[in-house]
Design a protein around this ligand. Structure first.
Ligand code: SAH
Length: 358
């Protein structure tokens, strides 16, 4: 399974279980209840530790999250608790916050105690990409941007059922997430997310509103999972979009004509046939790795046929691929211009002809 990306320091910290759990520190000084950063320890930029310190922006995020009475809230990366304090003051019944840095675990726990709201908060010490989340209705977070993609994959393609995720993300990432087919930024991430959710840009936030100031601006987005299931096997879809968007500016005809792509799909389709009936797990790795790392999609016209099969078999398989593209009338189109309905139709035509992606 392709897994995300937390820094080695974080993994080590989790493994060592070096977390403080209880509100034992007496740092319930006025500073502890304020969004200003008092410099009590060093903030690590590579760990995504950019605290949001503009009270108006913090208020706006909590308001835009539209937390209702009785909601269970999930926060990822609470830091010193600037946003957490607002979530605790909301009509939510409880807040669970997942934090990887023991110093932050201690700080946010102390903050809740200082506010007299410790009972409403559960701090989960660990890596948000790895730990199981408790049940929640809304997720509200200024997350470390390095885990944006795996976290969104986990939220949307994991077993969680929730109403909305209101997330502060790097501005460019947010634009890509909310892009529509044909937009310059449209990519695999947007196609995958669109399969199961609607995304709205809510507001931009300046990098000046953070301490320390990051290099990038941010945007708040709302991700709202759709009630209706997409009607496609998820692993197959994710592998299909990886193949398509690896070279999103080529035409589908060109992408699926490449020898390397054909032989790789031939191998996979054979494996899928043998496997049929078996469940097979779904990898929830990054959603936007539009690279060729799985070996598909390289311009390679002198590669050999798939191992253990004849050239004729592969040639016949290539014909099936071409047939699907022809019948969809999509050979001349680029993946980044297609709606998910068109992509789904093409995937079905491939699958009907025994062309499988996983
Ligand atoms: N939400 C706070 C802090 C944002 S900084 C605010 O708005 O002020 C990001 C926070 O995420 C830091 O506290 C950092 O320690 C934490 N973090 C980084 N990687 C994480 C991970 N993989 N899982 C959980 N928390 C993480």
């Amino acid at each position: 399974m392709k897994r995300a990306v937390s820094a080695p320091w974080a993994r080590r910290a989790v493994r060592q279980g070096c977390f403080y759990a209880a509100a034992t520190t007496s740092s319930s000084s006025p500073e502890a209840a304020s969004e200003k950063w008092d410099g009590r320890f060093r903030l690590h930029k590579p760990r995504g530790q950019h605290l949001l310190t503009n009270p108006r922006v913090l208020d706006a995020i909590a308001r835009r999250a539209a937390i209702g009475p009785g909601d269970a809230v999930l926060e990822v990366g609470p830091g010193t608790g600037n946003l957490t304090a607002r979530l605790l003051a909301s009509p939510a019944s409880r807040v669970a916050a997942v934090e990887i840095d023991p110093r932050m675990v201690e700080a946010v726990t102390a903050r809740a105690a200082a506010l007299g709201l410790a009972d409403k908060l559960t701090v989960i010490a660990g890596d948000a990409v790895e730990v199981d989340f408790p049940q929640f209705d809304v997720c509200v977070a200024n997350i470390p941007y390095g885990i944006s993609s795996p976290l969104i994959a986990k939220l949307l393609f994991g077993a969680y059922r929730f109403r909305t995720a209101t997330l502060l993300l790097q501005k460019e990432f947010a634009r890509r997430l909310a892009a529509a087919p044909g937009d310059g930024e449209y990519n695999r991430l947007a196609a995958n997310v669109r399969l199961v959710a609607d995304v709205r840009l809510l507001m931009d936030v300046s990098k000046r509103d953070f301490v320390p100031m990051p290099r990038v601006d941010s945007s708040l987005v709302e991700i709202r999972p759709r009630a209706v299931a997409p009607g496609v096997e998820l692993g197959e879809w994710l592998a299909f979009t990886r193949a398509c968007f690896g070279q999103k500016n080529k035409t589908l005809g060109a992408i699926f004509k490449q020898k390397r792509m054909v032989t790789e799909l031939f191998r996979r389709s054979q494996r899928a046939e043998e496997r049929d009936g078996g469940a097979g797990g779904v990898s929830l790795g990054a959603l936007d790795d539009g690279s060729d790392e799985d070996g598909c999609g390289k311009d390679d016209d002198d590669g050999n046929s798939a191992a253990g099969c004849s050239g004729e078999e592969v040639a016949a398989f290539k014909e099936r691929i071409a047939g699907a593209l022809e019948s969809a009338e999509l050979a001349g189109k680029r993946p980044s211009k297609l709606s998910n309905d068109e992509l789904l139709r093409l995937l079905r035509l491939f699958n009907e002809r025994g062309v499988r992606f996983r």
